[in-house]
Design a protein around this ligand. Structure first.
Ligand SMILES: N[C@@H](CCC(=O)N[C@@H](CS)C(=O)NCC(=O)O)C(=O)O
Length: 204
């Protein structure tokens, strides 16, 4: 089994943390440039995106939400996604929110890479609102709990930890630790786990 990744991708990190937490062996293939015409990814994923998981029989899975679902069921111990309907939906909603904040962060970063005169301020503002509203909602929903949702470590915590790490990388000026001490506490707790420590994005 092999997983196509880039080192900085928060979506790929989510899958890497799941692999580590569940002790699943998988070869990691770092893609140098997703935009390059010779990127190996489109052969397995027509969207050309990472993470993409390829099984030994050639079956490929994407996107990150599908991959983590597959992995959690492949090794059904230490489940990261609850099996009962309500708690499962809550965990997946946290994942959707965290991934959505990643999407908005990526959109802002990409727009800001364009020449200043071509940047769309309205787009940037709209995406930034998603980021700030998303972080605020995470903090409000978590309150003083130890974990994002429920009484144990789940995929919700993994998704939140990955988006916070990505914001540290791309938008440290947000200062989310001062704004949301409960998220800071959760992040510190997560960074004590080898699965998070070993997958931290390299400094940009
Ligand atoms: N919803 C997807 C998002 C994946 C994604 O956007 N990955 C980025 C890298 S962080 C990518 O592959 N970008 C290349 C492209 O869009 O062509 C997931 O959760 O896997």
């Amino acid at each position: 089994m092999k997983l196509f990744i880039t080192q900085a991708s928060p979506y790929a990190r989510k899958v890497r943390v799941v692999l580590a937490e569940k002790h699943i062996e998988c070869d990691l293939v770092t893609v140098a440039s997703l935009a390059a015409p010779d990127s190996p990814v489109p052969e397995y994923n027509p969207l050309g995106k990472i993470p993409t998981l390829v099984l030994d029989d050639g079956t490929s899975y994407y996107d990150s939400a599908v991959i983590v679902d597959y992995l959690d069921n492949k090794v059904p111990v230490s489940r990261l996604i609850p099996q009962d309907n309500i708690n499962r939906a809550l965990v997946r909603r946290w994942e959707a929110l965290a991934d959505g904040v990643c999407d908005a962060t990526v959109a802002v970063v990409m727009e800001k890479r364009r020449p200043p005169e071509k940047q769309d301020e309205t787009l940037i503002e709209r995406q930034m609102q998603k980021v700030t509203r998303g972080l605020k909602r995470m903090s409000e929903d978590m309150r003083e709990s130890k974990w994002a949702t429920g009484d144990r470590f789940t995929l919700a915590d993994i998704a939140v930890g990955c988006v916070l790490g990505y914001i540290d990388l791309r938008m440290p000026e947000i200062g989310w630790r001062d704004l949301y001490p409960n998220l800071a506490k959760l992040h510190e707790q997560l960074m004590a786990r080898p699965s998070f420590k070993d997958t931290a994005p390299p400094p940009s």
